[in-house]
Design a binder for this molecule. Structure first.
Ligand code: PLP
Length: 443
């Protein structure tokens, strides 16, 4: 019996003993295709020689120095790299050790900014339903994932909640895409009005929704409308790109494809590609300048922020992405993956929607395609698919439907950027086999 407190307290997961490229090996010698990059983390696959070399070199030079005394060459270079490739003006970088920490830091930075510029009455965030922003209390509070929030709700801060941009289930029969988008924006405007726009700190949203819905991109013009509304009321826009960012959707930042610049952007997973725990917040320079001219100190910090081993690994990952021109590859392999999913599941009686961007794709399972009725959540179809895929040597990231039928079970795919077309075929085939086996067993 393991002494580790694992996610499930009823079972011990498999032991991973090695990994190469797109494969992870367990202690029994079985290899699994990592088709979800863990949870959209492993963008370069495993054991990339350039990243390993950079990590070894950094270990020899400097493993750790506390950021209250020192910065490091690796951290400075990574920050410069991120600033050079950031959306216009977002050239300030705050390092963290992961996604939730990035969201916490972004929320606190946004709040402190308004205190420093003399608007302390701004105390509330607005965020969307069916979203995930992390598991720490602040990040959990802005997240709209009821299942994760339920037992902690009394400890969480109040957040204004609006509908997600989720066309498959949100757009009504006969409603045009544009009318749907406008309806969502009116809802956001109404929420700002209800709270009092001068009391709102920021609107928080994932440009492409990951964990909770399975790679749901926004409708055209949605984020332009969000930006306009935020600007109208002096509210900040925080784009949470922890999962969809750092190249996953085919551009370094997902929000680039929306033609808008956020005020703060959280990144993590693909930043370090899993080689080290690292995240960051990219921030518009004016926000940091206001704090610099005010108290001169961001009231925050953790022991391991800007860890040189983490920043050196992330720098190496990002340099490989740039050197090997992996963004066009994500777009072309992503298009290939989408075609393969369409070919395999386009007519499937229990696949209601196939969606995504770049190498960030999802399929949503339904009991009935015409009515979009979900499977009974008690069936835990998503968990069964995960287990069956694992048995078939495939790692995918499924999530469950909700009791009130607001979304069905879905499967998220986020393979490494180095995936080949033959790998994609194998992934889609194994997924189809796994789903067929689970549906047959479920009756
Ligand atoms: N934000 C988003 C959009 C995420 O998808 C996640 C994790 O899946 C987080 C934040 C939290 O990141 P972490 O698990 O690294 O704390």
């Amino acid at each position: 019996m393991s002494h580790i407190i694992h996610r499930s307290l009823q079972s011990t997961p498999l032991t991973a003993v090695g990994a190469r490229g797109i494969h992870i090996m367990d202690a029994q010698g079985k290899a699994y295709i990592d088709a979800s990059g863990g949870a959209a983390v492993s963008c370069l696959g495993h054991a990339h020689p350039d990243v390993l070399a950079a990590m070894h070199a950094q270990t020899d030079k400097l493993a750790y120095a506390h950021t209250s005394f020192f910065t490091s060459e690796a951290s400075e270079e990574l920050a410069s790299h991120l600033a050079a490739h950031a959306p216009r003006g977002m050239d300030k970088v705050y390092f963290t050790s992961g996604g939730s920490e990035s969201v916490e830091a972004a929320l606190k930075l946004a709040r402190q900014y308004f205190v420093e510029i003399g608007q302390p009455e701004r105390t509330l965030f607005v965020a969307r339903g069916q979203s995930y922003h992390g598991n720490t209390l602040g990040a959990l509070a802005v997240g709209g994932n009821e299942w994760r929030r339920r037992q902690f709700a009394p400890l969480l801060m109040d957040v204004g909640r609006v509908s997600p941009c989720y066309e498959y289930r949100g757009r009504q029969d006969g409603e045009s895409q544009d009318a749907y988008t406008q309806r969502l924006l009116q809802e956001l405007d109404a929420k700002f009005q209800e709270i009092g726009p001068q009391r709102v700190i920021a609107f928080v949203a994932e440009p492409v929704v990951g964990a909770t819905l399975g790679a749901v991109p926004p409708t055209p013009g949605y984020f332009k409308g969000v930006r306009e509304l935020c600007d109208r009321y002096g509210i900040l826009f925080i784009a949470d790109e922890v999962m969809c960012g750092m190249g996953r959707t085919g551009t370094l930042h997902a929000v680039e494809q929306e033609g808008v610049v956020p005020d703060l952007m959280t990144i993590a997973k693909g930043l370090g590609g899993g080689y080290q725990p690292i995240g960051a917040v990219l921030v518009r320079a004016e926000i940091i300048e206001a704090i610099r001219q005010g108290s001169g100190l961001f009231q925050h910090g953790h022991t391991y922020i800007g860890h040189p081993m983490a920043t050196a690994a992330a720098l190496a990952v990002q340099k490989v992405i740039q050197r090997d021109q992996l963004m066009p590859q994500v777009r072309s392999r992503g298009a290939y993956l989408m075609r393969a999913l369409q070919a395999k599941f386009g007519q499937h009686p229990h696949v209601g929607d196939i969606r995504g961007r770049g190498l960030f794709c999802g399929i949503e399972l339904v009991r009935d395609r015409a009515s979009k009725a979900t499977f009974d959540p008690e069936l835990k179809l998503h968990a069964r698919i995960k287990a069956q895929a694992l048995a078939n040597g495939l790692l995918v990231y499924p999530m469950g439907g909700t009791v009130d039928g607001r979304h069905g079970d879905h499967v998220l795919l986020a393979p490494p950027f180095i995936v080949s077309e033959a790998d994609v075929d194998q992934i889609v085939n194994r997924l189809a086999t796994s789903i067929a086996q689970v549906l047959a067993a479920a009756g």
